[in-house]
Design a protein around this ligand. Sequence first.
Ligand code: PMP
Ligand code: GLN
Length: 382
Amino acid sequence: LLGADGTVAASIFAEMSALAMRTGAINLGQGFPDEDGPPEVLEAARQAISDGVNQYPPGRGLPVLREAISRHQQRFYGLSADPETEVLVTAGATEALAATILALIEPGDEVVTLEPFYDAYGGLIALGGGVHRTVRLRSPEFQPDLDELRAAITDKTRLIIVNNPHNPTGTVLPIETLALIVELAHRHDALIVTDEVYEHLTFGVAHVPIATLPGASERTITISSGGKTFNTTGWKIGWLSAPAPLVTAILAVKQFLTYVNGAPFQPAIARGLDLPDSFFTGIAADLEAKRDVLEVGLTTAGFTVSRPQGSYFIVADAAPLGYPDGAEFCRILPALAGVVAVPIAAFCSPANRADYASLVRFAYCKKVDVLERAAGRLAGIS
Ligand code: PMP
Ligand code: GLN
């Protein structure tokens, strides 16, 4: 986890945001929105602070939020999670992932992820002493090959980490793939950890939580976060739901990571989860329009793009523009066009990076005029 010189290596997102700050370039690197979310949610946080919700909440999270999480799961997916025993509030999805992985693997256990993978998975598997195996998502479809899934998941597999919708590719997994993962988890007695932080951000396809598939919920830990749904990435309110004994095991670790977090933000996220359906369809439609703006801009600029079905991100191939090395391209992009992006190789294991070398990720969770300005600048590259 340390760089070659013994210092902590900055995450690719922090590095690219620093590059944007330094150069004044438009930051389409790190995935965070540039607008505030629903006013009711912001007001609820202010109100909670005024009301004195400023001390440690209970270890599992404030009941008002756990109840709202449970209602939300029921309303959108027909899932029933007991707010007393089957829901845990965490410091973002990141802590949910950390506590889950550290609680549930023993050193030497295998953990399967889809590659490219969100950077925290690799770091956390290493912290837990796990062995990281990946199933490749290949350009341009970025769907896993089912035989490769069958080969990767074995009796040595303890956890299968699913990320759906997927960061960085924007892929949404079809139900057949989810069903196979459940079948393989059963066959090999593995647990499924599903990171669904982009659950409300799909375009033209429904989000299907893997926990809704037959036989899945008993061995699935479902993770989400308020950050992406309510434009509150800095609040770090996340959560997980799982069978009670798994929640208890995860809580045992979580209590020594952060113990608790974000007291006044918890009722505010609860308020958000109870917003009407129209809010949730509205944010997806809004983001879809933004995706379209950036997709057209990138295509016009000469990139080959893979159209994402969900998430904040679009993958573009810089090779047609004469840039076969995406990492190098991202380093010079601020000077070239005043834009920051992230190389897909940063989401890959060293052995596989070459296969993704020319691909870069752009975030479109930005105001339309910002995306249009970025598109105009990128058009000047070729
Ligand atoms: N998982 C994925 C796939 C993400 O993209 C992110 C970051 N946005 C996280 C987890 C972390 O979420 P949080 O900020 O709630 O910790
Ligand atoms: N999830 C965000 C992204 O993929 C970044 C979160 C972070 O900076 N760790 O850009």
